[in-house]
Design a protein around this ligand. Structure first.
Ligand SMILES: Cc1cc2nc3c(=O)[nH]c(=O)nc-3n(C[C@H](O)[C@H](O)[C@H](O)COP(=O)(O)O)c2cc1C
Length: 298
């Protein structure tokens, strides 16, 4: 099984429950990421309706510490597709880059002779990050309601400095996520999710029994098995050694041997979101935030 034929980390298609009490609930239950876009522009009035829906979202203290870069220019879209290594990004007629923006608030504070330290305060970062995503998600829901599709692109994280240049982001503006928008070129698959029984805890956190936990994930990823090629085994073993130790690597290999396949958790953390590389890059990320004018993580 070559890499491009591996079961995708985007999950497994779900059945629609089909008994939603109204259109809003149906939209929320049937939402899914859209990665195939028709060659059709989004009319400006529609786009403005979507953007307005985002700006009406809840935001800590009603501060709205974010900016959105609206990207429709062909060259920008092509470059984003190349940098993000995902061709469909270039097919989306509009992309929105959501950024935490303390530049605007700092200017407002200065112009109002008010004190300001938000670019140095972890608490402000924590809230602004939530505000930014909640705004983006309102736009996704509004887009679904008007027959558009959308997909978040988190891999922009790999090229923040280039985004800063491309979109002339001043100090105090930090990219969070890109959202591609457009009219879907195909039906949008609805993915399986963990159920309420796995995610919701009544009144206090309840530890699931091992078997129930495994079953909950098996229901989410039914029959997802990745072929254990020698290269993949070797890579997973290397990741285990670096992230844990030799004993853990042997345990992982023995499990693959016994099962005859690489399971979804091994695939996620051993091959895709690599458990060895992810924490190694923390310092680099903190440095990057400092280059963008923040001292959130000091
Ligand atoms: C923060 C974030 C980053 C994401 N980054 C990407 C990405 O770079 N490329 C992509 O194709 N999908 C991306 N997605 C979409 C997820 O893969 C998708 O939401 C997930 O697989 C579940 O599928 P669904 O949205 O269809 O329910 C991202 C989603 C979120 C919330």
């Amino acid at each position: 099984m070559p890499d491009h034929e591996m079961p995708t980390h985007h999950g497994t298609d779900a059945e629609s429950p089909g008994n939603e009490p109204n259109e809003t609930i149906r939209l929320l239950y049937e939402r899914g990421s859209c990665r195939v876009f028709r060659d059709q522009k989004v009319p400006p009035d529609i786009l403005e309706t979507l953007l307005g829906a985002g700006l009406h979202a809840a935001t800590g203290g009603n501060l709205q510490p974010y900016s959105i870069i609206r990207i429709e220019d062909e060259e920008h879209r092509r470059e984003l597709a190349e940098l993000g290594e995902q061709a469909f990004i270039g097919d989306a007629p509009v992309s929105l880059l959501f950024c935490i923006d303390y530049h605007r608030l700092e200017r407002w504070a200065r112009l109002s002779d008010a004190p300001f330290t938000a670019t140095r305060a972890f608490r402000h970062f924590w809230i602004a990050f939530q505000d930014t995503i909640i705004c983006a998600e309102n736009i996704c829901t509004a887009a679904d309601a008007l027959g558009l599709g959308s997909v978040y692109i988190g891999t922009v994280l790999e090229f923040f400095p280039r985004l800063r240049e491309m979109f002339r982001l001043p100090d105090g503006v930090f990219p969070v996520v890109l959202l591609c928008l457009g009219y879907p070129g195909t039906g949008i698959p609805v993915k399986r999710k963990l159920g309420i029984e796995a995610v919701v805890h009544r009144e206090e956190y309840r530890e699931m029994a091992d078997q129930d936990l495994v079953q909950a994930f098996d229901r989410k990823y039914p029959g997802v098995k990745v072929e254990p090629t020698p290269e993949r085994r070797e890579l997973i073993a290397t990741v285990c050694r670096k992230a844990h130790d030799e004993a853990y690597a042997q345990r992982c290999l023995a499990r693959i041997e016994a099962d005859g396949f690489i399971n979804p958790a091994q695939r996620y953390f051993g091959l895709h979101y690599r458990a060895d590389e992810m924490p190694e890059r923390n310092d680099e990320f903190v440095r990057l935030t400092e280059e963008f004018g923040f001292q959130w993580f000091r």
